[in-house]
Design a protein around this ligand. Structure first.
Ligand SMILES: [Zn+2]
Length: 414
């Protein structure tokens, strides 16, 4: 039985945040309002109330108010933004062959990112220690106080128990089952830790770009196949237990002779994933000097028009298309994003999946559907992690925590 504090536990419940303060901060965070007059207009709150809350947030170093260069009728309006002093976000997107890490400020601006070359089968302690070290190095290099990390977000390439902050029976991740990633990182950063499935983060990153309409469905084709769904309101849909989107074990048609790592036969992830294609073509996934050997060789063969490689990719795309068509019927997304190493191969995958989806799904579900490859590429998980961190930091509970921390820090330095 796992005894960790999990993703969402609070040692002491913070004092509730006044509704007016939450509203004022929310309008600045979403950039719906950038000055006091706009906040009053949008919120319907009295100007004096807005003034009080803004003064409070500026005084705590959470907002900053700067003179705008654009002068309107003589008096320059003062612009409100999140203060760079308000703190830092740390994100780790852990993948099979290597992990990506990034730090960002609370206005979602990426400060720095880096890659940590460690394989996931090194186990949770080694991977999480290496990732933490690199994040601390980035913080130091960019002069960000590690004590002011407000949220740590971690993406894992397997099923994640969102409440407990750990992976649950992931395949190819020895030692990770039930290991509390959130406890492990909370000890290092003394900040709230949110652990999520990597495809959920990718989906959130794509949706946070603004140009992609929601609901958004992101399908990642890598060592397995997984999906992330973003609701019309911009939230991750995780289902009752966090298992939503774990589509790699949906049964594909006519593949009953293929055994999957989960113990069942005919799972779509076992016949149409990037790993499965490499296996079919006899290309090793990685070598000692090159963890991405398989992806590189397959990309070269596809680019050269090698018939067996093209056939394998198109065959996989058809299988994936069948599953995706079903999901399109079920969720009616506005945007469908294909991500992972396979989606970076020319247009073969995209056009083959698109053909099956349009052939299978009904017109009402597809007439406004955009099918695209990832706009952010391999960085989408990091951007999603930054978005998830700010959702957490600027939730009612997160704001209470932020104000409590600022009080402690102010008292500590007094
Ligand atoms: Zn399976």
């Amino acid at each position: 039985m796992h005894k960790g504090e999990g993703n969402t536990a609070e040692p002491t419940p913070p004092t509730p945040v006044p509704a007016a303060l939450h509203r004022v901060l929310g309008l600045v965070v979403s950039r719906e309002a950038t000055n006091r007059a706009e906040i009053a207009r949008r919120s319907g709150l009295a100007r004096s109330t807005v003034g009080q809350q803004v003064d409070h947030l500026v005084g705590r170093g959470i907002l900053q108010e700067l003179e705008s260069r654009q002068s309107v009728r003589g008096r320059p309006p003062r612009v409100l933004t999140i203060s760079p002093r308000a703190g830092t976000i740390a994100v780790a997107d852990i993948d099979t062959g290597a992990s990506q890490v990034a730090i960002a400020d609370l206005s979602r601006r990426l400060i720095a990112q880096d890659t940590v070359d460690i394989r996931i089968d090194a186990g949770p302690r080694a991977v999480l220690d290496a990732v933490s070290e690199r994040l601390l190095t980035l913080l130091e290099k960019h002069r960000r106080d590690p004590r002011r990390v407000r949220s740590v977000v971690v993406g894992l390439p397997g099923p994640v128990d969102f409440e407990q902050g750990c992976a649950v029976q992931p395949t190819g991740m020895p030692g990770w089952d039930g290991h509390s990633v959130s406890d492990h990182l909370r000890e290092r950063f003394h900040a709230p830790v949110v652990v999520d499935n990597d495809v959920n983060l990718m989906a959130l990153g794509e949706a946070a770009q603004g140009s992609s309409g929601t609901p958004l469905l992101c399908v990642k084709i890598s060592s397995g196949i997984g999906a992330g769904l973003i609701t019309a309101g911009g939230d991750v849909y995780r289902g009752a237990d966090g298992a939503a989107g774990d589509i790699g074990h949906i049964r594909a048609v006519g593949a009953d002779n293929v055994l999957c790592a989960c113990g069942n036969v005919g799972c779509v992830g076992a016949i149409a994933s990037h790993r499965a294609i490499l296996r079919t073509l006899g290309i090793p996934e990685s070598t000692d000097d090159d963890p991405l050997h398989g992806a590189r060789v397959l990309a070269q063969r596809v680019a050269k028009g090698d018939p067996p490689a093209l056939h394998a990719v198109r065959q996989a795309a058809t299988e994936i298309g069948e599953v995706v068509a079903m999901l399109v019927h079920m969720f009616n997304p506005r945007t469908l994003v294909l991500a992972g190493p396979l989606s970076e191969l020319r247009d073969d995958l995209l056009s083959a999946v698109r053909a099956v989806v349009y052939q299978r799904a009904l017109p009402l579900a597809t007439r406004k559907l955009t099918i695209t490859t990832s706009r952010l590429g391999p960085g989408s998980g990091l951007h999603g992690g930054i978005a998830l961190a700010t959702q957490d930091i600027f939730s009612a509970r997160g704001i209470a925590r932020l104000l409590a921390d600022e009080t402690e820090e102010a008292e500590g330095t007094a």
